[in-house]
Design a binder for this molecule. Structure first.
Ligand code: NDP
Ligand code: 8X3
Length: 252
């Protein structure tokens, strides 16, 4: 029987790149995100390219009632999830704390922290039952340090860092692996979302240096997941060579 990976935020960037890597490795996939059209396109493309099974789950990780309903509604064999990649996340805005938009704060905390928790609660229970599983939490350099105007996004990713450690402790009796992946600047749709669709402003984030690409992170995740059973990668911080910290970037 093939192994199963459940990837949240699979319609773009790091999540979509992970879907490709795990499909190449023969995993059956549960792909979860909000944009139904994108999920359908990806599933169609994968059907033609890989000999694997796919379940698309249209869901918002913030909506715990619907999330639980759609996941628990999966057929029993799909609940044998070997790898959960808690990737769905976003940043909204980049303003000093006194000027912050509280709707943006809600979106970041509800998605990056509470959405990750809701997903983990459901899937870790399946893993506990199966006495098997590996949870990969996508944090950020923003979860290791704080940078100007990053306030709530940084706080949400610091929470992911803490939860990553907490999950490892709580799930230890069940033999479930837990890994945190903390990237620096990766060029995806992340900055377009952060700047509310302003593509020009988003592009400027990556001006004059070579950022990471989503495949670099998917590659690191695959490294962590493909270690022998007795080895767990606790934490990986992955940066572009041109980036030394959240804000120190060597630009041409
Ligand atoms: P993208 O914007 O390209 O992808 C984000 C993905 O998350 C999309 O598939 C989106 O799908 C999904 N998503 C967002 N909100 C929700 C939600 N409420 N419910 C379900 N899915 C959701 O960004 P990245 O690939 O860069 O980001 C992936 C993760 O990596 C995030 O957690 C981000 O914080 C983290 N990260 C990114 C870095 C970067 O520089 N790019 C660096 C460090 C960490 P849809 O809109 O269809 O729901
Ligand atoms: C995304 C990277 O530096 O914009 O988490 O916070 S950064």
């Amino acid at each position: 029987m093939s192994k199963i990976a459940l990837i949240t935020g699979a319609t773009s960037g790091i999540g979509e790149a992970c879907a490709h890597v795990f499909a190449q490795q023969g995993y059956d996939l549960i792909l979860l995100a909000r944009r139904e059209d994108r999920l359908a396109k990806i599933a169609h493309h994968f059907d033609a390219k890989y000999a694997i099974k796919i379940r698309s789950v249209v869901a918002d990780v913030r909506d715990k009632i619907n999330l639980s309903a759609v996941l628990e509604d999966l057929q029993t064999e799909w609940k044998n999830v070997d790898v959960l990649i808690n990737n769905a996340g976003l940043s909204r805005g980049l303003e000093p704390i006194n000027e912050g938009n509280t709707d943006n704060w809600d979106a970041m905390i509800d998605t990056n922290v509470k959405g990750l928790l809701y997903t983990t609660k459901i899937v870790s229970n399946w893993m506990v039952k199966n006495k098997n599983g590996h949870i990969v939490n996508i944090g950020s350099i923003a979860g290791k340090e704080v940078y100007p105007n990053g306030n709530v996004y940084c706080a949400s990713k610091h929470a992911v860092d803490a939860l990553n450690k907490a999950m490892r402790i709580d799930l230890l009796p069940h033999g479930i692996k837990v890994t945190g992946i903390h990237p620096g600047a990766v060029e995806t749709e992340f900055s377009i979302v952060r700047f509310d669709g302003d593509e020009e402003k988003a592009k400027k984030v990556y001006d004059g240096f070579e950022p990471l690409i989503a495949d670099d992170i998917a590659d690191a995740i695959w490294y962590a997941v493909s270690r022998p059973k007795h080895v767990n990668i606790n934490d990986m911080v992955i940066m572009p060579t041109a980036q030394a910290s959240g804000t120190m970037i060597k630009r041409n």
